[in-house]
Design a protein around this ligand. Sequence first.
Ligand code: ADP
Ligand code: ZN
Ligand code: MG
Length: 643
Amino acid sequence: MAENIKNSTGGKKINANNNASNTVRSILFTFILICFGALLIANMNQSGVQKTEVPISEVIQRANDPDGDISKITITGNTLDITLKTKDQPTETSRKDPSGTLYDQGLINHCENLEGEDLTECQKKYPTIEYKEDADVWGIVLDVLLTVLPIIALVIFFSWMMRQATAANNQSMAFGKSRAKLYGPDKKKVTFKDVAGNEAAKQDLTEIVDFLKNPKKYEKLGAKIPRGVLLAGDPGTGKTLMARAVAGEADVPFFSISGSEFAEMFVGVGASRVRDLFSKAKKNAPSIIFIDEIDAVAHKRDARGGAGREDEQTLNQILVEMDGFDNDSGVIVMAATNRVDMLDKALLRPGRFDRHVNVTLPERKDRLEILKVHFKGKPVEENVDLEALAKKTAGSSGADLANIANEAAITAAREGHKAISNKDLTEAFERVAIGPERKSKVMNEKERKITAYHEAGHALVGHVLPDSDPVHKVTIIPRGSTGGVTWFLPPEDRSYKNIYELKDILARAMGGRVAEKLIFGTDAITTGASSDLKNVAELAKSMIVEEGMGSSTRNLVFPDEATGYYTITTGKPYSEKTAEIIDSEIKKLADEATKRAEMVLKANKAVLDKLAEELLAHETLEEAELEPILKSAKLPETVKLYK
Ligand code: ADP
Ligand code: ZN
Ligand code: MG
């Protein structure tokens, strides 16, 4: 029973298809290489000893001579392999005359039927004669394979190379080269117009565009052109889009590679890809190199777990390349990350990524602009209210908004509308924010009633408390994993919340569980409030530990195990005693919230009943419908005292 809206979906786009086929290709390639190598070695072994051919008459003569030099003759079909007394492998070969047996032709096995001493004596003088089975089938198969396979492998390899070369005009043919994508002037250009909002970031980047367009202007004045620009911001805020827009604005080639792509490379390949990427960019200067999700290779080298050696080599190569730039190289390296705190500090030093551009979550005005960008070209009904949607979507990223626009179009199409309506918008928004409506899930009457009182509890407490945001909408239609939802919307975007607002959030979150208990008694405490309770626990903890809002610990913060140092005795950055105080402060906040919710609901029981009843009847109540019901609710004096 979610209570408020958070931005949910991160904007991470993964080009799964492309990555997959790249991987398949790499695997195929290695496989072929290995086959090829193995076959070469096998072939070498086989033909390692060159045998000289000797006439059969000569062989028979030497074999029958007690002082002859042959120790063994192996006969396979028509072929004789001859081993000399001085050698331990056959060095000579001969062919039998196909007419008649060798015995007929005079090759006598002198040591036949001998045993023990006699046999050894005989073998010193005369060769051992051994008949092998007629050339075995497997030998033939192997022979054929050994000659044919390398050819097949070569053919596959070359056709693969050809395909590579033709398919991606700028993708390199050779192994170890970068597969950076090039968005040249021929590709669909992205410009700043496509990036709505984020004026500050665009302002910063306009300068970079100018460097790329008029490098001479800066060189003349002896200005150092920046080498590295780091775009930092939450997922889906448009960092990738922004980088492409810089290339589009400056009209220069854009070489982009994602940090995560390095991760799937073979050992030692990452660094050579970097080298290649930079050399290509330099050849095409002025140009932009864009390393997306750089945190994937550039996480702190000393961080727990440590970066893999491969990542480290890749990162080092990036640093080496950046250090090696001349002032007039005309290449600007851009990188994006949503984890600046995770980056290796070496990367942020002067001469490297020393320009930082923050890409932020959009404000209301910017959200409207982004929505306009994404609704452009989509048919919408005349009265469609994008402003209302922009207002509702506080905390959403650009990617979330793009997602809502797309969902709205899908919804409209599914419902057979000619244009997107306000209803489609609302549904798309709720689908993206919370998950699709579960029309099919039937709740039994008892569950519905409990849910109605639960949501009414949230709404009523939120409405009555003076520092809570106004109630926007209440529904008991289950969505995603929640049974019902109550929305509270801030009248405007705010960056900070004060302690009273936070306490009212805690109280209204407890309102659901408290209402259930009030109406159905202690026995009826349900599992429906688990996410409310979790939210309360988290918020209360952060108020005490991070914000210094504890009544006995006002203005003191308590670093968490990940960021703080440790005391030897407790393993925490504070003493056992302090830990107990923190726990009791958190409990105090939760208890106070429960108490306040209780007071509000008890004092307004009639309104609670009415609200639950209306919810059961209509399932969803909008602001306008809530207004007349909630109007008569009063703030009890006792609650005021808690301030
Ligand atoms: P990031 O790289 O920061 O994770 P992206 O650049 O990949 O985000 O953004 C994902 C998508 O979200 C973009 O392709 C675009 O459709 C949309 N988007 C994000 N920010 C904006 C914006 N400011 N204006 C227009 N569209 C945006
Ligand atoms: Zn709830
Ligand atoms: Mg991105």
